[in-house]
Design a protein around this ligand. Structure first.
Ligand code: DGT
Ligand code: CA
Ligand code: CA
Ligand code: ZN
Length: 585
């Protein structure tokens, strides 16, 4: 039986091959959209396949449904097989080369019969590519450079890396003459876990554009200017990231901010809502339509903020993290706002390591760092004994650690400090799903985080058996980084996260959002399921040193993106309430 992931991947391949084959754009986008929908589906796709009701899923049309039924039945998707005949799969990678569109990719492939980027490099070196009509030496050079960059850097970076670059640039530009507004847009504003390019918008009158672009392109972090036009410039930074800066007339700023925040999918719905109301929405504004359906540029609606635009389209303001066409429209048609968790709601730190295992600081140092940041508790969770490579604790060491924590808690209490350390452990989930100590030891902890650290590649069904056992264990209060993914480095385990989310809710156990930007696991896209079943999360830094504590802010962004209200985030609660949750096993 295919998994949701399998089906999503097949559809995505069709999308990419269609682009290469020059297939109708809307047809191609339908596959992209279907792929994303299925990736984020809260139920097992096989239920729909068995009931033959795939078209009940919004975004799955009749013809794509047929493709999926055929895939489930035969293991092959006819439409994909057909396109594979036309365009070799190897060319998909070429789509990432900037300066080389699908048309030219196909042309080069047909002319020279090559499918590998290595072969393309050979063609450029030998001067053959430049001879191809319509390309020329300059294009060939540009393509060579782009391949070089591509090999040097990943196409995408993590949210923390992008945040740092964006902050530096915004900081250097925000006080320049003419800058009335400046905001980050694109996927970074939406808090996606990985970012392609960084989009920055400046609201300024046209007369300032030249100087502002000069300042941007000569910024000390810039190594290459990728392009400079009337209203947009693109650069490459020393970190290898692309940054697009757009200068917008102040009166269009709100419309542009909305448009360039995206997502594309969100924008599509917004545009059709505008049409339904006799208006046309674009990056410049919202206009009335003529009877014939064309935009009347002389009839702009005036507004100041994004919220005004949403209001004109029958919605309250949608927080940028939620703009993915993942149910936000239904919510904000009905509600004024969603009480999403905020950084300032966090009252404590859960999931941290000390020198007892593989952390860099003592328990006291970690606790004091938490206090300095205004937190009220620290849930210490060193590694368990099976994690020998990470200095996992033996039964004897655990008892010593408990004594140390008792002493520190007494000391804090007598010094009048409002701070408590919880005795926890990050227990490995063993191959059979059991925890790493006997019950008499487990009994002594305030709480247990259960995580998989070994045999991450266990087949799905076996893996689920491990998790089912771990969650059913009454000592497990939180599941740690469920898939074990390392973003842009390693895929996570193959598990049915929808089932895991439902199971956790049923057993009143939390699944953490591991806030380390390498992990951000549980993924935000399971937020709808978590919301439907009332699953609790905890925004956990998994801190191995003091700086690690500050990573919680990325977890907050992901939690917001997953639509978690404050009430469903454990570490927004008081120490007493957290303890009550721990004890309610
Ligand atoms: P990224 O850069 O891959 O992480 O993702 P985004 O979302 O930042 O994408 P980007 O940089 O290509 O474009 C920024 C936003 O601009 C995008 O989220 C929505 C808007 N946008 C760009 N191109 C299109 C388009 O062709 N159609 C629509 N509706 N919106 C677009
Ligand atoms: Ca972007
Ligand atoms: Ca961009
Ligand atoms: Zn861990």
């Amino acid at each position: 039986m295919p998994t949701n992931q399998d089906v999503a991947e097949q559809l995505n391949l069709v999308f990419q091959l269609m682009q290469l084959a020059g297939e109708n754009r809307f047809k191609a986008i339908a596959f992209d959209k279907a792929s994303q929908t299925i990736k984020g589906l809260s139920d097992d796709i096989n239920e729909y396949i068995e009931n033959k009701n795939l078209t009940d899923i919004k975004g799955i049309g009749k013809s794509i449904a047929e493709d999926i039924y055929a895939y489930a039945e035969t293991g092959k998707m006819p439409v994909l097989e057909a396109f594979k005949e036309k365009v070799p799969l190897g060319l998909i990678k070429w789509l990432d080369i900037s300066g080389l569109g699908p048309k030219n990719i196909l042309k080069i492939h047909e002319e020279f019969g090559i499918t590998e980027i290595e072969e393309l490099k050979g063609l450029i070196e030998s001067g053959e590519l430049a001879k191809l009509p319509g390309l020329g030496g300059k294009s060939a050079e540009k393509i060579a450079k782009s391949i070089e960059w591509m090999e040097k850097f990943d196409e995408r970076c993590r949210i923390d890396q992008a945040t740092k670059i964006a902050e530096v640039i915004v900081e250097s530009m925000k006080d320049l003459p003419g800058v009335e507004k400046i905001e980050v847009a694109g996927s970074l504003r939406r808090a996606k876990e990985t970012i392609g390019d960084i989009d920055i918008l400046v609201g300024a009158k046209e007369e300032y554009s030249n100087d502002l672009f000069d300042a941007f392109t000569s910024h000390e972090r810039v190594t290459e200017i990728l392009g400079r036009g009337e209203s947009k410039s693109s650069v490459r930074t020393k970190e290898g990231r692309q940054v697009d800066l757009r200068i917008i007339p102040p009166k269009s700023f709100a419309a542009a901010l909305m448009y360039f925040t995206g997502s594309k999918e969100h924008n599509i719905v917004m545009r059709s809502r505008a049409r339904e109301r006799g208006m046309s929405l674009n990056e410049f504004g919202l206009y009335d339509l003529f009877e014939n359906g064309e935009t009347n540029r002389d009839a702009p609606h005036s507004f100041e903020t994004e919220a005004d635009i949403y209001k004109l389209l029958g919605l309250s303001w949608v927080p940028p993290e939620l703009r993915e066409d993942r149910g936000e429209f239904e919510i904000f048609e009905e509600q004024d706002e969603l009480p999403l968790v905020q950084e300032s709601d966090l009252r404590g730190v859960i999931h941290a390591h000390s020198t007892w295992s593989d952390g860099k600081f003592s328990i006291r140092e970690m606790a004091e760092a938490c206090m300095e940041r205004g937190y009220e508790y620290l849930g210490m969770t060193d590694h368990s004994k099976t994690a020998a490579y990470a200095g996992g604790l033996t039964e004897d060491e655990i008892k010593q650690q408990w004594e140390e924590i008792d002493k520190l808690n007494e000391e804090f209490k007598s010094a009048g400090k409002n701070f408590v350390i919880f005795k926890g452990i990050e227990s490995d989930i063993l191959a059979d799903g059991s925890l790493d100590y006997d019950d008499d030891i487990l009994e002594g902890f305030d709480f247990v985080i259960a995580s998989v650290h070994q045999s991450l590649e266990t087949p799905r069904e076996k893996m689920m058996e491990r998790f089912r056992n771990a969650i059913k264990n009454p000592y497990t209060r939180i599941v740690g980084h469920p898939t074990g993914r390392l973003l842009l480095k390693r895929n996570g385990s193959d598990i049915d996260l929808n089932e895991l989310v439902a199971l956790a809710a049923e057993h009143n156990t939390a699944i953490e959002i591991n806030a380390n930007p390498l992990r951000l696991d549980l993924d935000w896209s399971y937020g709808n399921k978590a919301r439907a079943v009332g699953m609790m999360t905890s925004i956990n830094p998994d801190a191995h040193n003091i700086d690690g504590i500050d990573l919680m802010k990325y977890g907050v962004k992901i939690a917001r993106k997953g639509k978690y209200e404050k009430e469903r985030v454990l570490n927004t609660k008081s120490a007493e309430d957290v303890m009550a949750f721990f004890k309610a096993r």
